[in-house]
Design a protein around this ligand. Sequence first.
Ligand code: ME8
Length: 500
Amino acid sequence: MTAPKPFFITTPIYYVNDRPHIGHAYTTLACDVRARMERLRGRDVFFLTGTDEHGQKVEQSARARGMDPQAFTDEVSQSFRDLIPLLGATPDDFIRTTEQRHKDGAAVFWQRLQDAGAIYLDTYAGWYAVRDECYYQDSELVNGKAPTGADVVWHEEKSYFFRLSDYQDKLLSFYKTHPDCVAPPSRLHEVIRFVEGGLKDLSISRSTFSWGIPVPNDPDHVMYVWLDALANYLTAGGYPEAMPCWPADVHVVGKDILRFHAVYWPAFLMAAGLPLPTQIFAHGWWTNEGQKISKSLGNTIDPREIIETFGLDAVRYFLLREVPFGQDGDFSRDKLRQRANGDLANDYGNLCQRSLSMMAKENDGRFVLNPEAWGEDDQAFLAMLPPLTQAVTHAVSTFAFHTALEKVWDVIRAGNRYVDHQQPWALKKTDPVQMMRVLSCVWVAMRHVSILLQPFMPQSTAVLLDQLGVPPTERTLAALNTLPTGTVTLGTPAPVFRRG
Ligand code: ME8
C-alpha cells in the first residue's frame, strides 16, 4: 500500500520590500495551526513558507536603501525567517525565489508553458502599479489610481504574453465542478464574476529592469514577478523532478492576492499540464485600531513587540479567536488584553490552577482514575468531550478557527460551573474520596481540552500537560479515545497565563 500524500499547505511568499508585520504573522499562524492539527491527527505535513524577492518593487526598495538587491533581499528575507521561531511556527521548508533551485525550476516551468503554445511575444501598453506588481486596464482605474489606491504608470514595452483568454471557459467549468476550490464561498463568487467579465492575455515578462529570473532564451526579459513567485509552490516541492506533495491541499492567502492564486495560477497549471491545488483559502484584512495598516501611515504592528507584551500564546489565541477567518478584523490591544485576561487567565487558567493545586496536595500528586465511581453529574459533564474532538477537528479543517475555540471554551466554562457546583474544597473536609472523584473528572476534561488546544497554544499547553502529568507521547488525538490507566503523577502546579 502506498503512503497517503503529505498534507501540503502554503503561506504566500512575502515580499522583502518591507519588514514583517502582524498581517504576515497572521497568515503564517493560521497555516501553522492547521499544519499542527493535521500532524496531531497523525498525518504527514509539508508546510511551506518563504520570501518573494524579485520584481520592480523590491529593486526600488533596495535602491532606496542604497543597497545591491541581493544583499538587500538577504537581509530582509532573514527577518522573515527570524520571525518563525518567535511565532512558534513550524514550517517544513522556507523558499527564497533567489535560490538556484527556484530559478532553475521556474525556467523549466516557463519552457513548459512555451512548449504548450501558451506564450507569445507582443507589445504591452497599459497601466502598471509597482506597489501591487499588477497590471490594470483603463476601466479598472479609480480617479487615476489602481483600485487598491496604488499609483499607476503607463508602460509600453515588448513583452511575452500568456494566453489567459484561452482559459476563461476552462476556469469557469473548473470552479463549477470544484465548488470548494476557492473559499470562503463569497470569494469563489467574486472570482467567478471576475472571470465571467472576460480575461485578457497577461503580460508575463518585463524588459525595463533586470531584477528577476531571465526568460529562457531571451535575456532581454525577466519573468513577471507573479509568474516567478507562484512557481515557488512547485519548485519547493521538487519541480521539475518528482513532486510527492503536489498538488497543494491548500494555499492560504490574504484576499488582496486572490486573483493571482485563483485565476492566473490555475490557468498556468492547466497550460503546463499539472494538477491544480485543491483549495485557495482567502482570509480577511486586519486594520489597526480602525485604520488600514500601512508603512506610510506608520501604524504597522510589530509582532515582536506584541508578543513581548502579551506572550506568544495570547497573541496566537487572540488572532484566531477574535475574528472569523475569512472576515476583516480590527487589531486592538484592549481587545487582546480582554481575551488574555478573560478567556485565558480567568476561564482556562483558573479551571486548571484551582483544581491542580488541590490535587497536587493529595497523596503527593498521585492518583488513579476510577470511572466506576463517576455519577450522573460527572457523566453529563464528561459527555461533552467526545463530540468536542469531532467539532474542533472539523472546524479547523474548514479554517473555522473561532468556532473551534468557541466549542473548547463551552467545555472550559462548563468545567468551571461543574467545579462551582460540586465544591471540591468543601468535600475536602467531609469526604476526600468524593473530592478526588470531582477533581479527577476535571482532570479528564483539562487533559482533553489541552490536547486539542496544542495547535493553537503550543507553549502553554505543553506546560499544562506537564503539570497534568500527561506524557509527551500521549498528547495525540488518538490518545483521546481512551482514558489513562494506572497511576497519574502530576507535575508542579503553577499559573500559566499572565494577566495584563
Ligand atoms: O503579496 N491583514 O506579498 P506581501 C491580513 N509576494 N493579512 C495581511 C495583511 C493585513 N493587514 N498584510 C499582509 C505578496 N497580509 C506576494 C505573494 S505568493 C506566490 C506571492 C498577509 O508581502 C496576507 O497573507 O504583500 C497577504 O496576502 C500577504 O501578507 C501579502 O504579503
